[in-house]
Design a protein around this ligand. Structure first.
Ligand code: NOJ
Length: 557
């Protein structure tokens, strides 16, 4: 029997370096700051750190606009600091996964500055078109996806105008990228999280996207997501680089279906280990997209996660996440960040970590950090948020109404500094983005001191993944799919059955043994945010209660 790959039994912790820990008082988190918190992460029990970009960057999109792939941004420290981080993490059994942002660079990258000259060998590193913009595509960050440069030439930028898209059709560019990846892998990193990696193959004819009435731009996504050469590029990357190292690879893939994901992650196809799906992150958006906020219907979430569980059960692999630096805080989004903050944060953790796949925790999630509401747009930093604000303001929407959208969906919700102590503890200076005022109550110091804190629920869930093969290997069955309050599923492995029961609502609920297909008495509670309360009527669930029960063979029908 082959040994289970280490990345299948690992739990990943994402660090957004700007907001994690500042060591020098400039208000910006840095690598020495991360070094000082490695023991904290070790105590939590995680196996892998995914480090959002720390490369040299003019910071138009907080480091996702890279000026030099092989240099560390001075705000974050030095290459020696990074090497020390890899080393110190390794000593604690933790691997460092780097962010690989190769759909685009910064417009200040040397490739791009040279590429502006039509005669330069770097011209074809980017996507240049002469005359009018060749299509109606809009940028993800508002406005056109085409920027005019000199002499009537336009270049493509799916994100900000300071993030020109690379031309993956051009082989020398691909080879330079592979060399750069090898440079990092030779430093001993544990893998790559690949930024919008399913955008790198554009349809060669760049056709117009569908443009609805009243829309300023068309939706080009069918022509750049999962494009015609994407599998060929990833297979080439795998042959040239990835397969020579024992690493974790995860592709960020908006717009990837389960069928796509199976192609990307089937081990026989030699592409990636896993992808980040966005489908469950889009369930509280209306037809107008991300900022068109609508309430989540729980059956949609359950059915979606179940679909992904089934699609990748026997072949391929899932990543599991509620949060990252682009998403609002999950306790505010799908839980209850008021009276049930701790209880619902634990419930969300139990539901996610009971699934099959590799769980990702985003910094502060283990504390139940919440969204923030800043009174004025001037206090926000995120380019997506600011561009959206200006666009909607220009079209006549009121500032109050736009701020409501930001409070619900804005990316800065996730980016407020990590809350270490009641005083804040992130910096001795002024933080680059406001600290959430609730740090006086929600912080690491308090969490570590309280044996009943959310932190210890995460610690235990991480530990359980090490101890119970059922979490990694077991099959999955969703129960009560249409119930709009309960999230209930089972896992099965080698005669063992686990039952995960969670109340996703503020309503007190009862669920019977019959509804759970559970006729026998004996079970063991493995974890929960409450003690199982079973009466003759069935299991009683107070708001946001959640637990996992284990049954051994014969106990369960
Ligand atoms: C996805 C990243 O997660 C996000 O933060 C960034 O703005 C875009 N890709 C562009 O790189």
């Amino acid at each position: 029997m082959t040994q289970t790959a280490w990345w299948k039994t690992s739990v990943v912790y994402q660090i957004y370096p700007r907001s994690f820990m500042d060591s020098n008082g400039d208000g910006i988190g840095d690598i020495p700051g991360i070094l000082s918190k490695l023991d904290y992460l070790k105590h939590l029990g995680i196996d892998v750190i995914w480090l959002s970009p720390v490369y040299d960057s003019p910071n138009d999109d907080n480091g996702y606009d890279i000026r030099d792939y092989q240099a560390i941004h001075e705000e974050f420290g030095t290459m020696e600091d990074l090497e020390q981080l890899i080393d110190e993490a390794r000593k604690r059994g933790i691997r460092i996964v780097m962010d690989l942002v190769v759909n685009h660079t910064s417009d200040e990258h040397a490739w791009f500055t040279q590429s502006k000259d039509p005669t330069s060998p770097y011209r074809d590193y980017y996507i240049w078109k002469q005359g009018n913009p060749p299509n109606n595509w809009g940028s993800v960050f508002s406005g056109s996806a085409w920027e005019r440069a000199e002499d009537d030439w336009h270049y493509l930028h799916l994100f900000s105008r300071k993030q020109p898209d690379l031309n993956w059709r051009h082989e020398p560019l691909r080879n330079d990228i592979y060399d750069m990846m090898t440079f990092w892998l030779e430093k001993g990193i544990g893998g790559f999280r690949m930024d919008v990696i399913n955008f790198i193959s554009k349809h060669p004819e760049l056709p117009d996207g569908k443009q609805d009435d009243g829309e300023a731009y068309g939706d080009g996504s069918p022509y750049f997501m999962n494009g015609p050469e994407i599998h060929a590029y990833l297979q080439e990357m795998n042959r040239n680089v990835l397969r020579h190292y024992d690493i974790l690879t995860v592709g960020e893939m908006p717009g990837a279906s389960t069928e796509d994901a199976l192609l990307y992650t089937d081990p026989e196809r030699d592409e990636l280990n896993m992808v980040f799906t966005f489908e469950h992150m889009d369930l509280d958006s209306g037809p107008g997209g991300k900022w068109d906020v609508k309430p989540l219907a729980l059956p949609d979430l359950k059915k979606n996660l179940a679909k992904w569980q089934h699609a990748l059960l026997d072949k391929g692999w899932n990543s599991l996440y509620w949060n990252n630096h682009d998403q609002p805080r999950v306790v505010s989004r799908f839980g209850n960040d008021q009276e049930y903050r701790e209880h619902s944060a634990k419930m969300l953790a139990i539901v996610l970590h009971g699934l099959k796949g590799t769980p990702y925790i985003y910094q502060g999630e283990e504390l139940g950090m919440t969204n923030i509401q800043l009174p004025s747009i001037d206090q926000y930093q995120d380019i997506e948020t600011k561009n959206m604000y200006n666009e909607r303001l220009a079209s006549g929407e009121s500032p109050e109404s736009i701020l409501q959208r930001i409070y619900t969906k804005g990316r800065d919700n996730a980016r407020t500094p990590m809350q270490w102590t009641k005083e804040g503890g992130f910096t001795t200076g002024t933080p680059w983005l406001a600290m959430n005022p609730n740090h006086t109550k929600i912080n690491v110091e308090e969490s570590l001191a309280n044996p009943d804190s959310i932190f210890y629920t995460y610690q235990k869930l991480i530990q359980m993944r090490k101890e119970h093969a059922i979490l990694t290997e077991g099959s999955f069955e969703l129960m009560l799919a249409d119930d709009s309050e309960l999230f209930t599923y089972k896992r099965f492995y080698q005669g063992e059955t686990w039952l995960i029961v969670a109340n996703f609502s503020k309503t007190t609920r009862t669920v019977t043994r019959d509804e759970l297909h559970m006729p026998h008495d004996s079970y063991t509670q493995l974890i929960g945010n409450t003690h199982v309360n079973e009466t003759t009527e069935g299991f009683q669930l107070a708001p946001y209660d959640a637990f996992i029960l284990s049954f051994t063979e014969g106990d369960l029908q």
